[in-house]
Structures are given as C-alpha cells and as structure tokens.
Design a protein around this ligand. Sequence first.
Ligand SMILES: [Zn+2]
Length: 215
Amino acid sequence: MSAASHSLAGNHLACHTCGLVSRHPEVLTARLSCPRCGVELHHRIPRSVSRSWAFLVAAMMLYIPANLLPIMHVTSLGKTRSDTILSGAEYLLVHGMWPLALIVFVASVLVPVVKILILAYLLISVQRRSPGRAMERLRLYRFTEFVGRWSMVDVFVVTVLVALVHLGNVAEIEAGLGAVFFAGVVVLTMFAAQTFDPRLIWDNVRAHAARHTTE
Ligand SMILES: [Zn+2]
C-alpha cells in the first residue's frame, strides 16, 4: 500500500502500523494519533502534492540526459558502438527489426513522457481544485500506476538481449551512463505516482458540491 493510512467510509481511519480502525472527525488538517499504538494517523498522504511534484520535476530533469547519453556500448568484431535509446531504436529499424524498434521506442520514449504528462496534469488539476472529470482522472492515475509496474528498464533489457543474439559475435557489452539516468527516471516517476494521493481528486469534488448546496 502506498498510502500511510487508509481512509475508510466517512471518518474512520486505519492505523498503518497496528491496523486498528478508529473513528476520527473529518478534519483534514488536524493531527491525529492511533489510540492503541500512538502513531500519527493521516487522512491523506502528508504533503502529497509538493512531494509528488518534487519527484516529478526530478524525473523530468533526468529524462534529458537519459535520452542524450549512450545507454550502452557494444563491442563486436573489434568495433565499439555506443547507442542512445533513439539511435538504438533507429539501428534496430534499419536492420529490419522494426517490432523491436517499436517496443524500444514505446517503452523507453513514449511511455515515460505520457506518464510524466499525466501526473503533471493530475497535480495541476488538484492544485486548481478542479472538480471536473474525476472518474477519468482516477483512471489516468491507475494507468500510471499500472505502467509503473512493468516499466521500461526490463522491457529495454530484454529487447537489447534479443537484438544482441541477432547481431552475434559480441565481445563486450557495457552499460552507458544514460542507463543510470534512465533507471532514475523510472524510479522517480514511480515515487511521484505513489506520493500522489488520488483521494485529493474526490476532496475537490466534495468541496465543490458543498459550495453549491450552501449557495
Ligand atoms: Zn496503531
């Protein structure tokens, strides 16, 4: 579970340490503690938006060197080739391995960009207290979580290994610095998705509905 504690229906909170469910007033800012073990309880992930932004911005910055620096150096028949993600995909394409080229491109270039854009959109919509399209936004969030599980590094490794079998006569394979930044992008976007509290989406829906009934 990514949440520090889980808000059940209404004003019940489950302790993330001992599991005790207790009743608490629905005040999001109040400091609450577990009546059994005394650990601090949270209705929402603390500082969810700012922490999620921090991870996301860091991921965006690492995305640039991840794509510009070589992801691997392959020595074959005395010649060394250094490839970035894109030049690797291009190489596969030129050599007729277009399905592999497509996998590399989608998994390593497209998916991280889409993930970063979705998370930025969710964060901005929560910050602007937007009540609209809540269900769609929740689906988008689930998508980023789902994608995070089988994200690009393993896909990329498998693809590279398959490609190497095709190449043959490989003397040496070395990971490039780009691979390190790449792994950083994967991990940071996963953290960004985990620290984002999707319940904030519904807080705005509820707040919006409350405003309208009192008007
Ligand atoms: Zn407890």
